[in-house]
Every structure is written in C-alpha cells, then in structure tokens.
Design a protein around this ligand. Structure first.
Ligand code: ANZ
Ligand code: ZN
Length: 824
C-alpha cells in the first residue's frame, strides 16, 4: 500500500506527458478569452539561478491558474541572446559568441523544462536568430525614414585601449572596467532613437496604468522629468547678442548675479577673451575627461573658470560675469544657467569658492537672511524681496507673474523641459544586430534597401580582444558598393544596443513564425496587450521605458493598434541568503540543479512561492525547503491512505450529509474561497499555500470513521486539495490526480468551484449568566472556541454592566449552550 513520493520519477513522467501532448501550445481562438502572461526573458548566461526559479515559478502559477479558469493562455519563453558577455567569453575561450550562446541556451532550456514551467515552446525565440533580428532591421529602416532613427555626434565614454564606447556602468573610478585604462570623453557619431518625441505621451500614460506598481510609475516619471519653467535672454555687455538660459525658478531672477555655461556650450570660446584663453581651454579639456555620471553627482566638487566676458541681468541691469562650470550640462535646457547663489545650492558653493556676489530675493517668513553669514542656499518658498514690483508677494505666486511679465516684455517665454534624452543605440561590438546603413563618399548616408535585407552578421570573425570592434576588421562585411551610385562604399559596423531586441520580443511571440513581416497584425491584435508582465525591479526604467516607446513606434508604423504593451506589472523581490542578494561574488548562491536533484522541482517551486509574497525579498532557508518537501510528503501520504475509501465513489454533489460531513465541506470550501481570492486577485501565493496546508491539517484531524461515512465529501476534499495545488506543484498534482482515477491534463478539469452555502458558518445562540442569573444572549459561529464565546459575552453591554468593577473568579462553559461567569 505504502508507495513513496519519488519526485524524480513523477517529474520525468509528467514532463514527458506535457511535451508529447503539447499541453501548453496555444493558437489564436477568437471564441475564447485570451490571457497573455509574460515573464522577462533571460540572458543566456550559462545556467539558471534562483532569481529565475522564483520569477518563473511566480509566472507559472498565474499561467496554470488562468488556464484552469478556462482562459486561452499565451505563456511564451525565449532568449535575450545578443550582448557583451558572449563576446568576452569568446575572447577568453578562443571560441565564437554564437557557439557559446546557443550552447548556453540549450542547457538552460533543459533546466527550465526540468522545472516544469508551462511554456508554449513552439514560440521560443532567440534574439540572435537571423529570423528575429532581420525584422528589427526592417523596423529600423522605417524608423529612419520617419526621422525617429537619426545620427548625431555626441560625447561618449571611450576606452582608447579597447577602442570602444563604454556605458556609464562600465566605467569604474574613471577607468575601463576591463583593461583599467583611463577613460576619455570622445565625440563620436552615433545612432539615436528619438524617444524624446514620445516624452509627453510616455509621461501621460503613467497616469493611466493602474495595473503598474506606483513605485515604478514614479521612477519613470522622474526619469522623463518634465519641468515647467522659462527661457530667458541675458544680453551680452558688449551688445553682441545674448545668452539664453532655462530656469524653473524665474522667481529668483532678480537675484541672478553671474552666469554659468556648460564647458561645451557653443558660445564658450567666442566669449573667452584672449588673456583667459589658455586657462579656459585647459578647463574644458579637464571637464571633458570626467565621465558623465560624475558630473551630475551631488558631491561633485564645483569648479569653473571665468571667460573674461559679462552679460546683463535683463531686469536689474546688473553686470554678471560669465563662467564655465563643470556641473552645467550641455544637453539639458539651453546649457546655460543663471546663477542665483542665495537660492541654489550649487550656485552657492560656486559663489563662495570664486568669491562672487550674493543677493537675497526670497525671505523665509519671519526671518531675514544675511548673504554675508548664510551657510547654505535657501531653496524653499518664501516672500519676495529686492525684486521691484514683485516685493512682498509669496514666491510661488511671483513665479507665475514674472513668467507673464517676461513674455510681455519679450525677454523670455514659458517652456517645458524634459530630462529624458534620446536613446543612443550604437555599440562598437560584434555580437549585436547590424545597423542596416551604408556610407558612400558621394551619396552620404544610404539606408540598405529593403530588398537587400537582412544584413547578416558574418560568422568568420577573429576574437582577439584587441583593437576595438571585430566587425570593423571584416572586409567582406564592410566593403560594399553603394546601393545608389554603385561606387565603393562602407557598411556601418556598429551594432544596436541589445535593449532594442528586448523592446519588441513580446510582439514577436504573437506570431513568431511569420516569415514576411515582424509580426502578423491580426494575431498580434488578438494577444496584445500583455495582461500580466513579471520581472525584476531593476528594469523599472530602462527596459520598461524602451519597450513602451517601441510599442508606440510600432503602433505609429501601423503594426499594432495598442498604445501600451503591459497592462499589469508585477516586480518580484530578490532572493537573499545570509543577508545579501544571492550572487557569485558573495559566494552565497544555491544552485537550482542541486535543489532539483535532492528534492525535485515541485519542492523548489513550492518553497520559492511559499517563503514570501512575490514583491517582497525572499530569504533563503534550508529548513524552509525541507518543510516544503515534508508538506508534499504529508499530502501524498494522506491521499494514498484515503484512496481505498474513495475508490469508485463520486465526489459529493448534494444529497444527505452528516454533521461531520458538513463540517468537512465547510473547511474545504472556506479554503477554496481564500485560495481563489489569494491566487486570482492578489497574487498572495504564500498565504494561499498556507491555507492549503491548514486544510490538510484539518483533514488529518478527522476520524477514520467519519471519513469513511462521508466518502463523497472526502473525495471532494481530496480533489480540491490536489486541484488547488496544481498551479504550484504541477507534477505532484498531476500524479495524485491520476491516482484519484482521472486522466492526465489536470488543468482541463478546471479550478475547483466554491460553494458559498457550504462555507457558511452555522451560528449558535449561547446564553450568558453572571453569578447564575441570566444576563444576556450572544450569537457565535459554530466553530467558536470557549475563548471566542467569552470575548463575545464580555463585549455585550448588558453582560459587561454586571461584571463592571468586579473580579472574574471563574468561567464555566457548556459548549454551544451556556456560559456562566462568576464575578465578585
Ligand atoms: C535659476 C535657479 C535659481 C535655478 C534657483 C534653480 C534654483 P530641473 O528642475 O531639473 O529642470 N539648470 C538648467 N539647465 C541646466 C543645465 N544644463 N545643467 C545644470 N543645471 C541646469 O532643474 C532646472 C534648474 O536646473 C534650472 O533652474 C537651472 O537652475 C538648472 F534658486 O535656474 B535654475
Ligand atoms: Zn553612393
């Protein structure tokens, strides 16, 4: 009779079953309600880690639950397969990025299959597949035609030794993360996507996405960074034109005492007087070496240099020296700042350092600031002073009035500014999607004609790690004839940022097999938008913003009708062990393989779902894993033991029932209600699992005799437990479902229905006596304990008035009937 739970056998059996039955394959079915569930696809780094196990276990619960609810569930998986690690590995192992990548993919695919995740593997894609990236090239050309893709020169972090651009994250203490050489700022022609054209729409929609965590929306709003302010012209003292600034604080205009320009400002050198030139040039060079991220840091040491020129404050006529300053950025606003040292902290530090004048124009209420003794800028709102006709007004009111005044006087105008910059997508790397552009000396920039697509990444390339982009050394690749004039031309050797691929993979999943277009419009229309997206919070800005932008571009190119790609977003927490995020460098990783070997995938899934709610960090615990395993064994044993009692018996469907049977049904249906609510509405998987555990405990509490007498109810209970566990531990549940006499494919049976009548607590009337005299009656639920009844009795006004001020000596309870309180 005793048959042990052997996860390895059970899991292999059902994985084989799902695979051969294509259990999770879906097609577009207009007659069925769709549900598109997506987890962020992984980078094929080699093997899956616990973060993946967690992310994909969460997703799989939702997928399986929705399937059991009868929805047509699209649950795809693929690989974010281009990128630098493959190239570095190739250099290290003297191998090829493609080989490394595809080997990793095949290993990790196996790992995911061993976890029992219910993907439609027929839709699998890797972004480095020609069948994927070729369509991205087409979209690039269409974006180029609309002016959304364009080329401009900009400053980048450049490692002269590796001859490559580095992202800010790849610059460590001003040095290249790989070779430790000093990083330079270099002006380079780069390709950009005009995401700023969509800034307003991207921002606007953050107020229309109730299915996203507020935290992520706030991060996106801040990243887009819309500010309302004014552009104001400051005439040059010599009468030769003016300097335009952008300010959000026009209320401080009367306090502007000097001017700060970005060192790269186009007027910088023209404004520099001959005697100041050597110093100014040295300063510009120095700043340009500083990486971008440092220049915006709060703790940046403010530095600058005087140009020798002056401009005039347009409202006070004050002569303002023009400086170049390291904290002024060239690509924000106009690249020029009217400096108000009394009310801006950076200007304050700068003024103290270079001994520049201070003028207070806003006073805190009931206080008088003295510029000679101020130790920091006063940045809050207050009352206007030293500001002509605006004196005495609250500064926030003056802000409006001064803006109107400037417009009327023709000195300035109201504007909005965005922090968001266009997305630079050029990478000087091999393992990426080639940008389909040709340069011709005669014709200039020539897009690759669509009929010549795709531009195939050549495979015969040497990876030495020396001398920059390997593609730029493959003559057969870059030597081409100009598509327009036929003359000798050169192919672009930059490849696209890999964030481009992850910006539309969810669209490709809708019709991954179309060979004539990036996607099939009708099929995409059926599936999109993604109903639930699940991934890490680290993607709150970049990936999630790029994907939103790209979707809107695809819409404007006529590919899809939707405005936003992801209706609901869940950002799961990290996996923590010994107080730190699991990572190789910390040496605290738990290898999913070892876990599967020892306990099976179902235990790994159950633990990662039970140990914490999805959005919270999950603290790893070996005892917790063990506990999950023991629970499964307990369920296994109980079902096995009950099998003889329910054999040939149908699940309860009404009819006569004993009191014990009613109680049993009540526990079952209360649990179904809770689990349905926790899983379906709130994704509180941990409390759902806890409720199932409690139910199993209650079942163990029933006497054999009562179970035997209520076999149909017992069967209903057993099946409910197994069905409710199916999204969490699918192999285990399929196996028990089969043992209970059903065919495989448990999700076809559907999610257990909840019978409200069965879950209702019966209520009892309990008589309350104080010192033997009848003093009240209370209504309590049938399952109320003595403690519950006592609390209810003491909460009753009448009863409490008789015991007030007395000491409770004793309480006697006749269950379900009478409570006698002895008080003196
Ligand atoms: C005068 C002023 C007075 C300012 C004051 C602030 C406080 P946000 O809100 O982020 O848009 N600024 C403008 N262009 C800049 C640039 N290229 N590099 C660095 N700083 C720049 O910030 C707008 C404020 O940032 C502007 O308002 C300007 O300083 C500065 F009491 O103008 B303010
Ligand atoms: Zn040409």
């Amino acid at each position: 009779m005793e048959e042990r739970y052997v996860p390895k056998e059970v899991e292999a059996k059902w994985q084989e079953y799902w695979e051969s039955n294509r259990s999770f394959k879906v097609t577009e079915d207009p007659g069925k309600q769709k549900y598109y569930l997506l987890e962020m696809f992984p980078y094929p780094s080699g093997r899956i880690h616990m973060g993946h196990v967690r992310n994909y276990s969460i997703g799989d619960v939702v997928a399986r639950y929705k399937r059991m609810q009868g929805l047509n569930v699209l649950h795809p998986m693929g690989w974010d397969a281009f990128g630098m690690p493959a190239e570095n590995a190739a250099i290290q192992n003297k191998s090829h990025p493609a080989k490394w990548t595809y080997e990793n993919i095949s290993y990790m695919r196996n790992q995911l299959k061993r976890m029992g995740f219910s993907y439609d593997w027929d839709r699998e894609l890797a972004t480095c597949d020609l069948s994927y990236y070729r369509w991205e090239q087409l979209v690039f050309l269409q974006m180029y035609r609309k002016g959304i893709a364009y080329k401009k020169s900009s400053y980048v972090n450049w490692c002269p030794k590796c001859e490559t651009v580095l992202a800010n994250e790849q610059v460590e203490d001003g040095c290249c993360w790989r070779c430790d050489n000093e990083v330079k700022q270099k002006e380079l022609e780069q390709w950009f996507f005009r995401i700023t054209d969509y800034a307003e729409e991207l921002l606007d929609w953050t107020n229309r996405m109730p299915g996203w965590p507020e935290r992520v929306l706030t991060m996106q709003r801040n990243w887009i960074g819309k500010s309302y302010g004014c552009e104001i012209d400051f005439p040059l003292e010599n009468g030769n034109g003016s300097i335009k600034v952008f300010t959000t604080r026009q209320d401080t205009l009367f306090g502007a005492t000097f001017m700060s320009l970005a060192p790269e400002h186009p007027q910088a050198l023209a404004l520099t007087t001959a005697d100041r030139l050597p110093e100014v040039q040295a300063f510009i060079e120095k700043v340009q070496k500083t990486e971008k991220a440092k220049r915006t840091a709060d703790d940046l040491e403010k530095e600058g240099v005087f140009t020798g020129s002056y401009c005039l404050n347009p409202v006070t006529g004050r002569k303002m020296p023009v400086y170049l300053a390291n904290f002024v950025l060239t690509d924000y606003g106009t690249g020029a700042v009217m400096a108000v040292p009394t009310h801006d902290q950076r200007d304050f530090e700068f003024a103290r350092k270079y001994d520049l004048p201070l003028q207070v124009v806003i006073q805190p209420e009931g206080e008088v600031l003295d510029p000679t003794t101020m130790t920091e800028a006063f940045v809050a709102e207050g009352i206007m002073t030293n500001s002509g006709q605006f004196d005495g007004l609250p500064s926030n009111q003056a802000k409006q009035l001064i803006a109107d005044f400037l417009e009327k006087q023709g000195i300035g105008k109201k504007t909005v500014n965005f922090r968001l910059r266009d997305w630079g997508i050029s990478r000087q790397r091999y393992w990426g999607n080639p940008i389909p552009i040709i340069y011709c000396d005669t014709c200039g920039v020539v897009p690759v004609p669509e009929k010549d697509l795709p531009v195939v990444l050549p495979m015969d390339v040497a990876f030495t790690g020396e001398g920059g982009n390997p593609l730029a050394k493959v003559e057969e690749f870059f030597n081409v004839s100009c598509p327009t004039c036929g003359g000798q031309a050169r192919r672009e050797t930059d490849t696209m940022d890999t964030f481009v691929e992850s910006s539309w993979y969810f669209l490709r999943y809708c019709s991954p097999d179309v060979e004539t277009s990036p996607l099939d419009r009708q099929r995409a229309e059926y599936w999109m938008s993604v109903d639930q997206y699940i991934g890490g919070i680290e993607h709150a800005v970049l990936h999630l913003l790029y994907a939103r932008f790209f979707t809107k571009v695809m819409r404007d190119l006529g590919y899809v009708a939707i405005d936003e790609p992801f209706v609901n977003l869940l950002t799961q927490g990290m996996v923590i062990k010994d107080g730190a995020k699991m990572s190789k460098s910390k040496g605290n990783v738990v290898d999913p393989n070892a876990l599967i070997e020892r306990y099976g995938a179902d235990t790994a899934r159950l633990f990662s779902l039970f140990a914490a709610p999805p959005e919270k960090d999950l603290d790893w615990s070996d005892q917790g894993v063990d506990g999950s395993y023991r629970f499964l064994n307990r369920v296994w044993k109980f079902v096995r033991e009950c099998l003889p009692l329910v054999e040939g018996v149908e699940a309860f469907a009404g009819g006569p029932i004993t009191e014990e049977g009613k109680t049993l049904r009540r526990v079952v249906h209360k649990t179904i209600r809770k689990v349905t609510d926790d899983v379906g509405e709130r994704f509180h998987f941990n409390t759902a699992i806890a409720a199932i555990m409690e139910l199993v405990n209650s079942l163990y509490g029933f006497e054999q005799k009562n179970l035997r007498e209520n076999a149909p109810v017992l069967r209903e209970a057993l099946e409910s437990v197994v069905l409710m566990l199916a999204p969490f531990v699918p192999h285990f549940s399929e196996e028990l479902w089969e043992k209970l006499g059903h065919a495989g494919g448990i999700d076809r049976r559907g999610w257990p229905g909840f019978d409200p009548a069965a879950a209702v607590e019966e209520e009892l009337l309990v008589v309350v006596q104080v010192n033997g005299k009848l003093r009240g009656r209370v209504i309590v639920s049938a399952s109320a304990t003595e403690d519950d009844v006592r609390k209810a009795a003491l909460a009753d006004d009448k009863v409490s008035s008789f015991v007030a001020g007395k000491e409770l000596k004793k309480v006697i309870y006749v269950p379900g009937k009478l409570l006698n309180i002895v008080a003196a």
